[in-house]
Design a protein. Structure first.
Length: 249
């Protein structure tokens, strides 16, 4: 191999590596900088100040004027005679009991068979007994086709998640419902497990111990995952992901 050919190969290889690094963006640079380091925990911040945060807007009933009974210690609409210690305003904390169990077993099969045959029954057309390039006699137009397909699909899924996470009330809706959001991060060695819970809860659904079951959260958004060395190994490389998107076969 000549020196010029070897030099060209080195240049091409370097160019491809540079393009691959640019294609992967800052993620590859961050991964290179984090070699040998433990993944960092996210800073504790205000969810309402994060980029992309949008207050929840839901249909609200007409406001009802508050009424007070004279010479009475009882306030209309109060849930208890003494002060309620459950979360009821922005900044309060309540515990969400995540109890998620999902199981599905689906099997489908579709079979289709079609057979078509066409026979014109025409032996001549304006005196022409046969078409050019065909044998004489018989019908002038005869077609036949056969098609069949057999498709099968099977789904067997079983998921379970049981844990608790503390959430913060980030918004109080006009009808009294609470918008809550909570995030929990646990680092074990070089892997971080993340649990995010968000949604809308009714104050009446909050238990006396200031807990609420995840099944009673409206518009619930529950995410459980991780990041770190194990999660990185389980993900396909950037080149493979690009080919999976671009290749039509």
């Amino acid at each position: 191999m000549s020196k010029s050919s070897a030099l060209n190969r080195i240049v091409v290889t370097g160019t491809l590596l540079a393009l691959g690094t640019l294609a992967s963006g800052c993620s590859s640079l961050d991964r290179l900088a984090a070699i040998g380091e433990k993944p960092k925990l996210s800073a504790i911040d205000n969810p309402t100040t994060q980029a992309g945060y949008k207050p929840v807007s839901m249909p609200m009933p007409a406001p009802q004027p508050a009424s007070f009974n004279p010479n009475s210690l009882w306030r209309n609409g109060s849930r208890a005679f003494f002060k309620d210690q459950r979360a009821h305003q922005i900044g309060d904390i309540l515990t969400v009991t995540v109890n998620f169990t999902d199981k599905a077993n689906i099997a489908n099969e579709t079979q289709r068979t079609r057979t078509n045959a066409e026979n014109s029954g025409i032996t001549n057309f304006f005196g022409i007994a046969k078409l050019p390039g065909t044998n004489s006699g018989g019908n002038m137009l005869t077609t036949a086709s056969t098609s069949s397909s057999d498709g099968k699909g099977t789904v067997n899924r079983q998921e379970a998640l049981q844990t608790n996470v503390a959430a913060v009330v980030t918004q109080l809706l006009p009808n009294g419902n609470l918008v809550v959001e909570g995030k929990q991060e646990i680092r074990v060695n070089f892997e971080i497990r993340e649990l995010v819970v968000a949604g809308i809860v009714r104050p009446e659904d909050i238990q006396s111990d200031n807990t609420i079951d995840s099944s009673k959260i409206a518009q619930a958004r529950i995410a459980y995952g991780g990041r770190g060395q194990l999660s990185d190994v389980q993900q396909a490389r950037y080149g493979q992901q690009v080919f999976d998107v671009l290749l039509p076969f």
